[in-house]
Design a protein around this ligand. Structure first.
Ligand code: GCW
Length: 594
């Protein structure tokens, strides 16, 4: 057995250089008597065992992960639950980021200049929480991504990430060969097209031998895809999978589709309608990636039934770390409880991996809001071990982020008060934005703030808020039961019956699945309308309480971070009140008019 003592400080120098006011959770002060051992008899993965200050692992990566675990105060043995723990960057090649709220891209800019130090710091942060893959560009992918210039840049980035155990993947535009003018068509069954992708795969793997594979958004929101040629998602995915197979690459194909083949059908039903018949028809190296809910990353959705429908296809869940619909980088909303909720419906062992849409940008504190870092952290920790509790992850993050070099916070009261804010924050957000199963009543395009009266005739109806609440003077909500769009019919038992019956449907999903009279009595004894008012007010008063707790925490942390968080909490309160007043105002008026 090989035994060696490491000179750790050189390795941990990146984190040590970060300034307080915008640092990440990273800590650098490992005990100087740490001993590291490779043990080939350990399970075949990058797990580790920590015994006192001795770290044992089967692989070098395992030792690296073990060091960060030791810094978190872990003891004992731990192994990654998922092999694929991947960030998805929605970064465009010009440096803008779709749904990014923390400045421009750390990866791309018009000058094609790669900031090695920044990317290495990013890699270390990822490695410290076990993330081992990253998709470098937006799923709305530019065909340029696969040109030689960009492949060379990917090679450069891969070189920075490799020592940290992070593989690179690319989002590809299905129409690339045609868009670049190199083929006449992008038909996946056309031999010329197949050859083009085979050659491209060879070019990529020659530059980056450990390249991970492709992520594809096809025939969704205007992106090209196999339907353009009368082919299926399986035809498209398999053609790419065949091109990557010689190199052991994978194709991650997204199921986020609507408005193409099943145009006019309830949007939440369309993924199952499009993919169920293809179960079993994909190559072995194709993985289907679906968002946690059937609509689109709302503050609360029921789980997406596609996870149960596809029995023969390997699947990954796509979680959104960037808070597109949860107050962006303005609101303190800790997302672990939302993801844990998802895991109560979709058992972690059903999936082969987890993807998270990144919230990282060039902002000094990386994520815009200091507390948004906690969501990046939580994503990595849950991908490593989905059994961790939201509380444990919050406590770990807090200690490392606001504690001293040894991870010690000044007072226990501070840690427990802020943990409680974090744990309550997602439910508060649901309450002040869209309680009781309401969804997608956001302002158009930017998705920040309420627009319950939203309707624009020239837009697809699926983009209009009125389509999602359908409120009038009598009732509100969408009938998705067997008498309506039958979304409930896509769920297995017991959920199918549970959700279909208004008397058993959990109130948190009520207006998602049912059309309900304003006068209906709720579990609390209040009418639906009274309950809605109660919830909106409850959401606002939670934020008031968060502000109060933050005021008390002032002596506990540095002034800069205190102030920056405080400013954002004030904005959050203003927004929460806007949500409440606009939504209650609008729904109230409908009832008065009657
Ligand atoms: O939620 C929607 C977003 C789009 C995004 C799309 C998707 C990348 O508003 O910005 O596009 O989902 O997931 O493909």
């Amino acid at each position: 057995m090989k035994k060696f003592i490491l000179f750790l400080f050189a390795l941990f120098s990146l984190s040590a250089s970060a300034e307080d006011g915008h640092r990440l959770w990273l800590r650098s002060e490992l005990p100087n008597d740490v001993v590291e051992k490779i043990d080939p008899t350990m399970p075949d993965d990058d797990g580790y065992r920590i015994n006192g200050h001795t770290i044992t692992a089967r692989t070098k990566m395992g030792l690296l992960y073990g060091r960060y675990a030791l810094l978190r105060g872990e003891q004992g043995e731990s192994h990654p639950f998922y092999k694929l723990r991947i960030l998805n960057h929605w970064d465009n090649l010009d440096g803008s980021i779709e749904r990014g709220y923390a400045g421009k891209s750390i990866l791309w800019n018009n000058d094609l200049v790669i900031d090695h130090e920044k990317i290495a710091a990013y890699a270390e942060a990822n490695a410290s929480i076990g993330i081992n893959g990253t998709v470098l560009n937006n799923v709305n992918a530019s065909p340029k991504m696969l040109t030689r210039t960009y492949i060379n840049k990917v090679k450069e980035i891969a070189g920075i990430l490799r020592p940290w155990g992070i593989k690179v993947y690319l989002s590809v535009n299905f129409g690339t060969p045609k868009a670049l003018g190199e083929t006449k068509t992008a038909d996946p069954l056309d031999p010329q097209v197949k050859r083009w992708w085979q050659k491209k795969a060879k070019e990529i793997y020659t530059a980056i031998p450990d390249f991970g594979g492709f992520l594809v958004k096809a025939n969704s929101e205007g992106q090209p895809g196999p339907f353009d040629y009368g082919r299926t998602h399986a035809d498209g995915a398999n053609m790419l999978a065949d091109a990557l197979a010689p190199y052991k690459g994978i194709v991650i194909w997204r199921s986020f589709v609507y408005g193409a083949k099943h145009h006019g059908e309830d949007r939440v039903n369309q993924a199952v309608s499009e993919f169920a018949e293809l179960d079993g028809k994909f190559r072995e190296n194709v993985i289907l990636q679906s968002k946690n809910g059937p609509l689109d990353f709302q503050p609360r959705e029921p789980y997406a039934p596609i996870f149960d429908k596809m029995q023969k296809t390997p699947q990954m869940a796509e979680l959104q770390i960037t808070q597109e619909y949860l107050g962006q980088s303005w609101h303190l909303v800790y997302l672990a409880p939302m993801w844990k909720e998802f895991f109560t419906f979709v058992k972690p062992e059903k999936l082969v991996g987890i993807a998270g849409v990144a919230n990282i940008g060039l902002d000094k504190n990386w994520c815009g809001h200091h507390f948004s870092q906690a969501n990046w952290y939580a994503f990595g920790r849950l991908a490593w071990n989905p059994a961790l509790s939201s509380r444990q992850i919050a406590e770990e993050w807090l200690k490392q982020t606001f504690g001293n070099e040894k991870g010690i916070v000044k007072s226990r009261e501070f840690a427990s008060a802020i943990t409680s804010v974090m744990l309550r924050s997602r439910e508060a957000c649901v309450d002040y934005m869209m309680p009781l199963g309401l969804h997608h009543i956001f302002k158009f395009d930017h998705h920040m703030g309420p627009q319950p009266d939203g309707y624009i005739a020239r837009y697809p109806i699926e983009w209009c808020p009125v389509y999602y609440h359908r409120a009038n003077g009598d009732s509100i909500g969408v009938d998705r039961t067997h008498t309506g769009s039958n979304a409930t019919g896509q769920y297995p038992e017991p959920y199918c019956s549970l959700y279909d019956d208004i008397n058993t449907c959990p109130e948190r999903y009520l207006l998602w699945f049912h059309r309900v009279p304003w006068t209906r009595r709720m579990n609390s004894g209040r009418t639906l309308w009274e309950e809605m008012q109660w919830r909106y007010n409850q959401g606002v008063s939670e934020v008031e309480d968060f502000i109060h707790i933050w005021q008390e925490a002032r002596p506990e942390i540095d002034e800069q971070r205190w102030r920056e968080v405080n400013d954002r909490l004030q904005r959050q309160l203003k927004d929460a009140k806007e949500w409440r007043d606009v939504c209650l105002g609008y729904f109230g008026k409908l009832q008065e008019k009657k």
